[in-house]
Design a protein around this ligand. Structure first.
Ligand SMILES: [Mn+2]
Length: 260
């Protein structure tokens, strides 16, 4: 039976400077780490070199999460779309340099003009995803789109949205299942069973079903035994990244236990 690997997303320290991220990486006791190419942790060539050294010294495999603040791949503005894709290509190329197994990104968002042009956001989203796939192929990086939570106006949030999206895309594109996000839609099991052969990666944090609080594992309403059973059933052998922002040590222990 293949086993899932447990890793740690550095989201919990995104408010700290990059130097402090480096210090933390020297001391993490996991082999899989997700970096966020965002905010104070935004990647550049110099930083990538430092991260490469740490990865080698501490036997860490990285996964890169794309920038997400003000990044709307379904923007109706051609000039913004071009800029955003350029920014995302830089992120993908840094992911390649870091030998990242995967690059995780969010779907596009609806805007103030969406209602005037019904369906345009949907089309723009698919168009940008296709472009991202080409860019990723060029850089030889696997990419995976992530399910995102209500109430943000993302073009895709539910299992139904993602099913329609994958049917229209008609291409291989992995899915990052964010369990916390799916819990808000009450669709954890539905996401895991519907997209069993597309799930490339899992984000794990807890919440009470009301908003995306990124609580420690066991602090919210997610039934973790059910999650473990469902992921075992589909033989998931990718990485489960702890994405809580509090109770990190305790949550890591719990995840190890749940998926052992
Ligand atoms: Mn996530």
């Amino acid at each position: 039976m293949p086993k899932a690997k447990i890793g740690l997303s550095m989201l919990f320290c995104l408010s700290e400077p990059f130097t402090s991220l480096l210090k933390r990486l020297e001391n993490v006791n996991v082999n899989y780490v997700e970096l966020l190419d965002e905010g104070l942790h935004t990647l550049d060539d110099k930083r990538v070199k430092k991260l490469q050294k740490i990865a080698e010294a501490h036997n860490i495999e990285f996964i890169v999460h794309s920038p997400f603040a003000d990044i709307n791949i379904a923007t109706p503005s051609p000039v913004l779309q071009k800029t955003i894709l350029k920014r995302l290509e830089r992120s993908i190329s840094h992911a390649k340099q870091l030998k990242s197994r995967l690059w995780v990104f969010h779907p596009g968002l609806k805007t103030a003009v969406t209602s005037f042009y019904p369906g345009s956001d949907w089309q723009l989203n698919i168009d940008s995803v296709r472009r991202l796939q080409k860019i990723a192929e060029k850089h030889e990086v696997d990419i995976a789109i992530e399910n995102v939570p209500e109430p943000f106006p993302y073009v895709l949030t539910s299992v139904e949205d993602f099913s329609r999206f994958y049917n229209e895309l008609n291409d291989e594109l992995g899915l990052t299942v964010d369990l916390g996000h799916a819990n808000i839609n009450q669709q954890i099991q539905a996401f895991i069973t519907t997209f069993s052969d597309r799930i490339a990666h899992v984000h794990a944090s807890d919440n009470k079903g009301n908003y995306d609080a990124h609580l420690g594992i066991g602090r919210g309403t997610i039934n973790w035994a059910d999650v473990a059973r469902a992921l075992k059933q589909i033989n998931f052998n990718g990485t489960i990244m702890l994405e809580s922002i509090k109770d990190i040590e305790k949550s890591m222990e719990r995840l190890q236990k749940i998926f052992s």
